[in-house]
Design a protein around this ligand. Structure first.
Ligand code: C2O
Length: 342
């Protein structure tokens, strides 16, 4: 059977995997009249753009939305930190799976990873659009798969901006991202930039070519109701983890981005995950738009989210198989890894 949404009334303490500390990340409501999710029908296609290409006005709109989210009452489900907490809820064991009291609900490490995060970012974007009163509002993505995007995008680094978060690795503020990064590794020197960029692009290329025939290698392995999280992450999730480590501080517990317990408190999380989502879109296209898994345990797995109309909705994976079905798309950028030959 497919993994089902949690029983809201049974939320309990969650655990920070880095230090074993327990914390509260339950939603601010414990009952809800849950409606089935219906994909948008307004015909609007929101365009997500690369963070490093946003113009002043686009950055200001985004900042204003985040500011408004931060100013909401602390218990409002739209509040910035409530939104961030959702990630902890589904990641650090705030719920057991319905019917399996000893099995924690976990959306990392399996084929649930990409669809759950797609919905999560989707609702975050739509809530921002509501606050901004702009039904076309789209969030930026951190295009770390293109050479220009292999730096922390400048808009997140302006200390006076609501996008800023100090809990990051300050040594990386102007450093080139190296996909081979390990904690403590020195930054590439400018003389090494070309080589590192090419190596990064090669990794992206390999990620696609090695998994093209086997979606479980890209999106993660199967997980059905009642199964313990098995840690069968796909290549996409694995590579994505490197960016969490590189962005967050090195010292344990690595809050914010370096620890799933807190990662979504950093606005960069959403730029990062929009790009992860975009890479799923690209993978889908490379495969001629074929659905990755036909198993009902994937297609009918479902999650609940608090939506942009203040309604709790039950979302099935089958409704988020393409970004277009959710009314958004990504600007077409040169896929640098494709012509990365030397
Ligand atoms: Cu839910 Cu980037 O992790």
């Amino acid at each position: 059977a497919p993994v089902a949404p949690p029983d809201l009334s049974k939320c309990h303490l969650a655990t920070d995997a880095a230090n074993g500390e327990q914390g509260y990340c339950c939603p601010p409501y414990s009952t809800a009249d849950i409606k089935p999710f219906v994909p948008p029908t307004d015909g609007i296609l929101r365009r997500r753009r690369p963070a490093h290409k946003l113009n002043r006005k686009q950055i200001e709109d985004f900042e204003r939305g985040i500011q408004l989210m931060k100013e909401l009452p602390a218990t409002d489900p739209w509040n910035y930190y409530q939104q961030a907490t959702i990630h902890c809820t589904y990641c650090n064991g705030a719920f057991d799976q319905v019917g399996f009291p000893d099995v924690l609900l976990q959306i990392h490490g399996s084929w649930l990873f990409a669809p759950w995060h797609r919905y999560y970012v989707y609702f975050w974007e739509r809530i921002l659009g509501k606050l901004l009163n702009d039904p076309t509002f789209a969030i930026p993505y951190w295009s770390w798969d293109t050479p220009e995007g292999m730096f922390m995008p400048g808009m997140y680094l302006d200390q006076s901006s609501p996008l800023y978060n100090d809990n990051r690795n300050h040594n990386h503020y102007t450093a080139l991202l190296d996909y081979d990064y390990t904690f403590g590794a020195p930054n590439p020197t400018p003389q090494q930039y070309e080589e590192v960029k090419i190596r990064n692009l090669k990794k992206i290329e390999n990620m696609f070519t090695e998994t093209i025939g086997a979606p479980s290698l890209f999106l993660g392995g199967p997980l059905s109701a009642g199964q313990e999280p098995k840690d069968i992450a796909g290549a996409l999730e694995n590579l994505h983890g490197l960016l969490h480590q590189w962005t967050g501080p090195e010292a344990i517990p690595r809050h914010d981005m370096g620890n799933l317990y807190t990662a979504a408190r950093d606005t960069m999380f959403f730029g990062h995950h929009a790009n992860v989502d975009r890479l799923w879109d690209i993978y889908r296209n490379l495969r001629g738009n074929k659905v990755e898994f036909n198993s009902p345990d994937w297609l009918d797995a479902s999650f609940i989210f608090y939506d942009e109309n203040r309604q709790v909705v039950n979302c099935k994976i089958r409704d988020c198989l393409t970004s277009e079905n959710l009314g958004y798309t990504y600007t077409t950028e040169r896929q640098a890894w494709k012509d990365n030959k030397r």
